[in-house]
Design a binder for this molecule. Structure first.
Ligand SMILES: Nc1ncnc2c1ncn2[C@@H]1O[C@H](COP(=O)(O)OP(=O)(O)O)[C@@H](O)[C@H]1O
Ligand SMILES: [Mg+2]
Length: 334
């Protein structure tokens, strides 16, 4: 029997209704028909501007929110089709690391308590001694010292706090860690350390990470595969190296051009290019108004995510652009 992928996201959409009782209802489509597969033992990057739906996707994958339509299969089982009890049992398999290393740790609790907290969801809750050992091992795994368990969060820097948050996320030995802008608030040198830690945890422990960021350089430094989002849709996906070496979607190219030296991580983190909140563009391509390559068809027909063929540098890649072949040809003949 073929083992199902760890996470299989299928046609996921999420609408938010806003506007008061008298204002008339307005619907924001935060996520539209997103499908992707996250494989075990990989770091799967998601990149896109602020407002494009990344956190909405994260919340759905964590089952903290329900989709308007579509499903999230975790090891082949639909997270939104199982009983509340079953979902509770599954929750130990996925944990989250948030952006804010200062807001996400309770200042009144010791680091030991904070890191041990997720252990409560386990059936056979470990006893005191075992808990202490697990916390000590986890703190060492993220490059901290077991002595740190007795201290409080205020004694630590932003980077150390993110290590604590990662230790907490990993203590139940989850199969998936969702990291939503987990390094975005950190200084550059510290970002690099935390990214190295995530790669190390992938290599040594086989941890799978859904790594979400607005920063292309960061995702390029850490991810095996990448999905590029624009206005609630996935517009390009593939092996990170191939995608950044030769973007297939004009939007990915725009991101890469804005980050000229994407392969050399360590440049000042810039604010996101702009905000790509969802707007209703009707039937056409949602990027067409910003696209330097748009043609008439882009206004009348929605481009679906599709493969371009089996050549070595196109294999396993997808793009949602009508003009992908034309742009590739133009590039080759340049
Ligand atoms: N709870 C909510 N209610 C209404 N609109 C929301 C809610 N959460 C997110 N949105 C809207 O959905 C879109 C995507 O938001 P989000 O997923 O947070 O984007 P990102 O994480 O990429 O910045 C935005 O336009 C945002 O305003
Ligand atoms: Mg977000």
């Amino acid at each position: 029997m073929i083992e199902p992928p760890l996470v299989d996201i299928r046609h996921l959409s999420r609408d938010y209704a806003s506007g008061g009782l008298f204002a008339g209802r307005h619907v924001t489509r935060a996520l539209t028909d997103v499908s992707m597969t996250v494989h075990r033992g990989t770091i799967h990057g998601i990149v896109g501007e602020s407002g494009c739906g990344k956190s909405t996707l994260a919340r759905l994958v964590m089952a903290l929110d329900r989709p308007t339509s579509g499903s999230v299969l975790f090891e082949g089982e639909d997270l939104f089709g199982v009983s509340a009890r079953e979902l509770k049992r599954k929750r130990r398999d996925f944990q989250m690391v948030f952006q804010d290393p200062f807001g996400s740790l309770d200042p009144r609790q010791t680091v030991g308590r904070i890191v041990a907290e997720p252990l409560h969801v386990l059936d056979g809750k470990p006893g005191r001694a075992e808990r202490r050992d697990k916390v000590a091992a986890m703190l060492e795994a993220v490059g901290l010292s077991p002595d740190h368990a007795a201290r409080y969060p205020h004694a630590f820097s932003g980077g150390q706090r993110q290590r604590i948050a990662i230790a907490r996320a990993l203590i139940t030995e989850p199969k998936l860690v969702v990291a939503d802008e987990a390094v975005s608030a950190l200084d550059l040198s510290v970002q690099a350390q935390v990214l190295n830690l995530l790669m190390d945890l992938r290599d040594r422990r086989g941890v799978t990470v859904l790594f979400i960021t607005h920063n292309l350089a960061v995702v390029d430094a850490v991810a095996d595969r990448v999905g590029v989002m624009y206005r609630g849709r996935l517009v390009e996906s593939g092996p990170a190296q191939a995608v950044f070496a030769r973007p297939l979607h004009p939007y990915t190219r725009l991101l890469a051009d804005a980050e000229p030296d994407v392969t050399r991580f360590g440049r000042p983190d810039r604010p996101p290019l702009s905000v790509s909140a969802p707007i209703d563009v009707g039937v056409g391509c949602s990027f067409r108004n910003r696209c330097p390559r748009a043609v008439a068809r882009c206004a009348t027909e929605r481009p679906e995510l599709r493969s371009l063929g089996d050549e070595p540098d196109l294999r396993d890649r997808q793009t949602a652009c009508h003009r992908a072949e034309v742009l590739l040809d133009a590039e080759t003949s340049e």
